[in-house]
Design a protein around this ligand. Structure first.
Ligand code: ZN
Length: 95
């Protein structure tokens, strides 16, 4: 058994926690998730990039959104990263 990090929740508890946090709606399309079986756990930042079960990186999504997103970064995060990325000027990195 590994030690739990602060803010982590057990996987069995996490779905109920996330459903309450999100008002029982899909994180992406806001479709109501009427029962726990409809809700799938999704890593906001894909598990392949950030191997954590920390609740801050978990959302509940409907099966369709989870399948459509798969292993990709969510678009809002991509936009955020691009907005803060240093501009590429072709004259070398500014320090
Ligand atoms: Zn959805």
């Amino acid at each position: 058994m590994s030690r739990r990090r602060p803010g982590s929740v057990r996987r069995n508890d996490v779905k109920g926690f996330l459903l309450r946090r999100q008002g029982s709606r899909c994180f992406y399309c806001r479709t109501p998730l009427l029962n726990r079986a409809d809700a799938t756990l999704d890593h906001y930042i894909p598990y392949t990039l950030w191997r954590t079960w920390w609740a801050a990186n978990l959302v509940v999504a409907c099966a369709r959104c989870n399948r459509d997103k798969a292993d990709r970064l969510p678009w809002p995060l991509v936009w955020l990263l691009l907005a803060h990325a240093p501009a590429v000027t072709g004259r070398g990195a500014a320090a």
